[in-house]
Design a protein around this ligand. Structure first.
Ligand code: UDP
Length: 331
């Protein structure tokens, strides 16, 4: 059995990784989560330690009292517009807390670090699809806070021979567990597919399209939407990968994108609901297009996507939202 520490394991992506680690049956799982956006019910396997990563002394005690083989680090603030308004929250929560974790890993000999990064490190990407070697140039503090964490990881790995990392740069994560057990629970959602699902259910009066004058075929932003369980699976493969390979960076996406209007059409189709859509100004910090080149993860890590299907992504997101809606009614 391998001992795996998962920070942010009660959150959206973290909980899907914990689920897959538990189903794989050869991992002892410890979750650290402050439950600020995560949910205890989402942790289907392992033990939860409810703690905030900013409490360095308490986090160090956890490292002292356990011998972890690897860490998968999710806990972070992730909302682009919020990062523009409150950048210091992002540098503290993301870059500083990650740096502390890396420091503890080096000190306590936790030699494998899987890091949640983001396509936002590319900013207005110089080439589409985006390769891992494409120049990074974040255009918002969220992307910069992650890129700075990447740099700390790289420097730590150069300085400390045993320490290795896999950086996974996520494109747009969406959808939910196909069995409906877990999904994205954070109430003040800003991400398109969740917002669309909430609009279908009448929780919002309408959906805003943030900008229809981008340099894209229909004028709306294009993103590479990846199902959360395909993304989660990449983390388990990354753990294996580090057994016999050196540190590396991988894009996580399907290699093709959909515009906001296309996503809306699919959500309308799978829900059978023609909800109201309003064109609104662009959001600060939004790029026109982000699509991955995913050849590296397909070829080097043997990752095989199973849910590359926007209808399935929208349907699982909507099913999950319905479940949350019913829970609210019961309460
Ligand atoms: N978007 C939109 N309306 C919304 C939420 C998002 O038009 O209510 C657009 C956003 O401008 C971007 C795309 O949908 O072009 C994806 O945004 P999201 O917030 O889901 O993820 P991001 O790419 O910002 O991480």
């Amino acid at each position: 059995m391998k001992n795996i520490l998962v920070t942010g394991g009660a959150g959206y992506i973290g909980s899907h990784v914990v689920k897959q680690l538990g189903e794989a049956k050869n991992y002892n799982i410890t979750v650290i989560d402050n439950l600020s956006t995560g949910n205890n019910d989402a942790i289907l396997y392992g033990n939860l330690i409810q703690e905030d990563l900013s409490d360095f002394d308490k986090i160090e005690k956890i490292f002292k009292n356990n011998k972890f083989d690897a860490i998968i680090h999710f806990a972070a603030s992730i909302v682009v517009p919020e990062s523009v308004e409150n950048p210091l929250k992002y540098y503290l929560n993301n870059t500083i807390n990650t740096t502390n974790l890396i420091n503890l890993c080096v000190k306590y000999n936790v030699n494998k670090f899987i890091f949640s990064s983001t396509a936002a490190v590319y900013g207005d990407a110089k080439e589409i699809p985006v390769k891992e070697t494409t120049e990074t140039n974040p255009i918002n503090p969220y992307g910069m806070s992650k890129l700075m964490s990447e740099k700390v990881l790289k420097d730590a790995a150069i300085a400390h021979d045993n320490f290795k990392f896999v950086i996974l740069r996520y494109f747009n994560v969406a959808g939910a567990d196909v069995k409906g057990r877990i999904g994205q629970s954070f109430p003040n959602a800003t991400h398109l597919i969740k917002v669309a699902a909430q609009t279908v259910l009448g929780q919002r009066d309408h959906l805003n399209i943030f900008g229809d004058d981008f340099d894209t075929p229909d004028g709306t932003g294009i993103r590479d939407y990846i199902h959360v369980d395909d993304l989660a699976n990449a983390h388990l493969i990354a753990l294996e990968y580090l057994e016999n390979n050196d540190s590396d960076i991988f894009n996580c996406g399907y290699g093709h994108g959909f515009s906001v209007k296309e996503v809306i059409d699919v959500m309308k189709k799978v829900s059978g609901n023609d909800f109201k859509v309003v064109t609104a100004p662009r959001r600060a910090g939004d790029s026109a297009q982000l699509i991955s080149n995913n050849q590296k993860i397909l070829n080097k890590m043997n990752w095989t996507p199973r849910y590359d299907d926007l209808e399935l992504i929208c349907k699982t997101a909507l099913d999950w939202e319905r479940k949350l809606d019913l829970k609210k009614e019961v309460v």
